[in-house]
Design a protein around this ligand. Structure first.
Ligand SMILES: Cc1cc2nc3c(=O)[nH]c(=O)nc-3n(C[C@H](O)[C@H](O)[C@H](O)COP(=O)(O)OP(=O)(O)OC[C@H]3O[C@@H](n4cnc5c(N)ncnc54)[C@H](O)[C@@H]3O)c2cc1C
Length: 397
């Protein structure tokens, strides 16, 4: 049986970022993933915010700029109006390339990789976790480690089995569908379309350069509706083709996947002081603002810093507590309750109508929704009495 100090399950942006940060500090973590690399990942491929900043600290920004497509703006549309915001640095890059870049960096710094599937079973005894893995032939084997980081993303059926109880990892709250479309559309910036049929949700066109576009649509999973994303995407592409008077082809057939943006902050497992969840497995992304890649990477960096702190003061700390404190200090929004409240309210049809008819059409506050989506403006502003009265009194444009 192998014994490691740190094992990281999942080699998405969260797992590899934790590995890079730890390897830079002299650790040699073992990364385990059920897939070999390069591998595709259903995503919008938009890296921004923390994703770019952390890539820069890893010395990967130049490569990212070369391999990816740089955008200067994000444009937001609804059925009735067009809004724009400037965003200086934003890069679109297929996840197959981005994840491979991070993966290679981690290995070049001394991290190890093993292709195996985590079964969800972990036991903790005498300071070690015994992690049950399945090799590609589905045979079970164990790996032991002192610190276990789970970065398995939004896979909804994976459950941690702790002391006879089952804890589901990562219940998704959204679902999206995307493909790679080649067309002569004259689109140079990221475009978001808040279509009524997707509310709360949107369709997008993210250029990847040389006439290739990541095109997709998605929305919140609600009991009250069934999203027909495949049909919605095909209507959306036909409309865009008609607008630009040209037809393209799907280079890769569209695929769907669940995602999670509810900042659920699930970190502690009783009886497992040195086991933590990071990235989408933990629920690192806020409602409204998205940017899951960057948020996953940030949670990973905080996780790696926590491991270093605990190892250096061995015996005094438990990893999950140190990590929880860091997450609360650096990631949990100060206005968390309002984020949650707005996220919940947006599922009501009355509020959606209000947002579409009044807020998106607002002459007074043209950048409000994009700024809320980017986390620049606090969403509770939507509910302040002067703001609501001001919107109610304004004339339609
Ligand atoms: C359609 C769609 C569009 C999106 N668009 C964007 C976007 O444009 N920008 C953005 O910032 N975010 C976007 N997101 C969100 C983004 O994809 C996630 O936030 C991000 O991938 C989370 O990173 P992660 O490392 O936590 O998990 P993942 O990227 O999901 O990586 C998890 C890894 O764990 C591995 N794994 C899973 N289960 C096991 C197991 N049992 N054993 C071993 N390995 C396992 C998987 O193979 C995978 O490699 C989008 C998501 C979807 C679905």
């Amino acid at each position: 049986m192998r014994k490691k100090i740190v094992v990281i399950i999942g080699a998405g942006p969260a797992g590899t970022s934790a590995a890079i940060q730890l390897a830079q500090a002299g650790f040699s973590p073992l990364i385990v993933d059920k897939d070999n690399f390069p591998r595709d990942k259903v995503c919008g491929d938009a890296v921004s915010g923390e994703g770019l900043l952390i890539s820069e600290t890893f010395g990967l920004l130049e490569e990212l700029e070369q391999e990816g497509y740089k955008c200067e703006k994000r444009e937001f549309y609804t059925d009735q109006t067009e809004l724009q915001i400037i965003n200086k640095k934003a890069i679109n890059i297929p996840r197959e390339k981005f994840d491979l870049m991070l993966f290679k960096k981690a290995l070049s710094l001394g991290a190890e990789f093993m292709c195996a599937e985590f079964s969800g079973k972990v036991t903790y005894k005498d300071g070690y976790h015994s992690v049950e893995l399945l090799n590609p032939g589905k045979e079970k084997f164990l790996v032991d480690c002192e610190y276990l980081i789970i970065a398995t993303g939004c896979q909804s059926d994976l459950a941690l089995r702790e002391l006879g109880r089952k804890h589901k990892i990562a219940c998704p709250d959204q679902v999206a569908y995307r493909g790679y479309y080649r067309a002569k559309w004259p689109i140079k910036e990221r475009k978001y379309f808040f279509l009524r049929e997707l509310t709360p949700g949107y369709a997008w066109i993210f250029p990847l350069g040389k006439g290739l576009f990541n095109v997709g649509c998605g929305g919140k999973i609600l009991k009250a509706r069934k999203l027909e994303l495949k049909d919605c995407l095909s209507r959306f592409v036909s409309k865009t083709n008609a607008l630009y008077k040209c037809t393209g082809v799907w280079e890769k057939e569209p695929k769907g996947a669940p995602l999670r943006s509810n900042f659920s902050n699930l970190i502690n497992f009783k009886g497992y002081p040195n086991l933590i969840l990071i990235g989408e497995a933990m629920g690192a992304t806020y409602p409204f603002s998205g940017g899951g890649i960057g948020k996953s990477m940030l949670s990973a960096v905080l996780a790696a810093e926590s491991v270093m702190e605990v190892v250096n003061k061995k015996g005094n700390h438990c990893l999950s507590k140190v990590y929880q404190n860091k997450i609360n200090k650096k990631m949990k929004p100060k206005y968390y309750t309002f984020f949650k409240f707005c996220d919940y309210l947006l599922t009501s049809s009355f509020l959606q109508k209000f947002v579409y008819e009044k807020v998106f059409n607002s002459k007074k506050y043209p950048d409000l929704i994009p700024n809320i989506l980017c986390g620049k403006i606090r969403p509770e502003r939507l509910f302040s009495i002067p703001f609501v009265i001001g919107l109610g009194l304004q004339k339609k444009r």
